[in-house]
Design a protein around this ligand. Structure first.
Ligand code: TXA
Ligand code: MG
Length: 319
């Protein structure tokens, strides 16, 4: 057992003491701090290397805590919570007065979610209050989906509560309910179609007035290897390329490393970030990623692939 591996009780005590702890969720591992403790949240930003103006999601152990953090909560929020919580959906709501500016990025809204991982729920319920948590990676890196990924990011600087590999593997869907129409800020395992089926109204796209979300930086989930999206015929010619595909390596292809993920959006998404880390670690010249279908169920994977492959230099632009 690695020296920074801890149990739920330890983790709750660390949060209570105003320190940072990494914990599993069903989407990706989070880097958690007491969301009501300014100093603790600042420690979290410092560790992650994240710009101070970026808001973080507050994780709750139960929907009953929603009103401690948000005001003017629309009925639709409860309808969605009923259907999708605990689970991979974050709701952006109007914040209650007193919610830290460090948490909201000084906006009038707060992001809230009840995660669907039993260890996360146990931690949140033991701790008893909101836990601010971005993904447990350094700013701009690929999100961690195992405890080992978190250790690769932070070494012994952060204690890690190990809950095994994340079942979803991609960050939560973010839905903004703070305006006149619901808007999808980030696609995830809960699809636009899932949301529209429950809401009975169309879900809009992010617009320029939408709140900032660092997941919406053009290039944010990026491997270090030059990454290119290719339609299907993958140009493998040198021995210095890696390929991420949904097909097994064709006869005669010369890619040094060919990794095939399942041709199913949930299974592909669950393994995507681990695959990007593994392929990136090979130090290849290029990483070719085969595009995925332009359908609602593939939207979250497609979004992350697009961001992984956007040209370097776009990090500071909003997509
Ligand atoms: O699945 C997830 O959501 C994971 C796990 C740990 O829960 N968390 C996660 O956190 O992906 P992070 O910080 O890497 O991304 C959260 C996104 C960011 O893009 C952030 O800007 C956005 O949520 N966000 C948080 N509060 C917001 C707000 N009030 N308005 C708009 N966006 C917000
Ligand atoms: Mg992140």
């Amino acid at each position: 057992m690695p020296s920074n591996d801890i149990n739920v009780r330890d983790a709750a005590a660390i949060l209570k003491a105003g320190n940072v702890v990494a914990f599993p969720t069903e989407t990706v591992y989070g880097l958690g701090a007491d969301a009501a403790n300014e100093v603790a949240v600042q420690k979290l930003f410092a560790l992650k290397g994240r710009p101070a103006a970026h808001p973080v999601i507050v994780h709750l152990g139960s929907v009953d805590l929603l009103n401690d953090w948000a005001v003017d909560v629309p009925e639709t929020a409860y309808t969605l919570a009923e259907r999708f919580w605990p689970g991979p959906l974050t709701l952006i709501l109007r914040r209650r007065e007193g919610v830290l500016n460090t948490v909201t990025g000084a906006q009038e809204t707060v992001g809230l979610r009840v995660p669907g991982h039993p260890v996360a729920l146990e931690l949140l319920q033991t701790f008893g209050n909101g836990v601010a948590a971005p993904s447990a990676n350094r700013f701009g890196h690929v999100s961690p989906t195992t405890a080992a990924h978190v250790r690769a990011e932070f070494g012994n600087a952060v204690p890690v509560l190990d809950g095994g590999p994340c079942g979803v593997g991609l960050e939560s869907t973010i839905l903004d309910l703070s305006g006149r129409v619901p808007r999808l800020l980030r696609p995830g395992a809960v699809t636009r179609t899932d949301l529209e089926d429950v809401l009975g109204v169309p879900v809009g796209a992010r617009d320029e007035n939408a709140p900032r979300a660092s997941g919406t930086l053009e290039r944010h989930y990026a491997p270090r290897t030059e990454t290119l999206l290719v339609p299907d015929a993958i140009p493998v010619s040198t021995g210095h390329d890696a390929v991420l595909s949904r097909r097994s390596k064709p006869e005669g292809a010369e890619a040094e490393r060919w990794l095939a993920l399942p041709d199913d959006p949930a299974a592909y998404g669950q393994r995507l970030y681990a695959a990007l880390r593994d392929l990136d670690a090979l130090g290849c010249e290029h990483l070719y990623i085969e595009t995925v279908p332009d359908t609602s169920t593939w939207a979250a994977v497609r979004d992350r692939l697009g961001r992984a492959a956007a040209p370097a230099g776009l990090e500071k632009q909003y997509g």
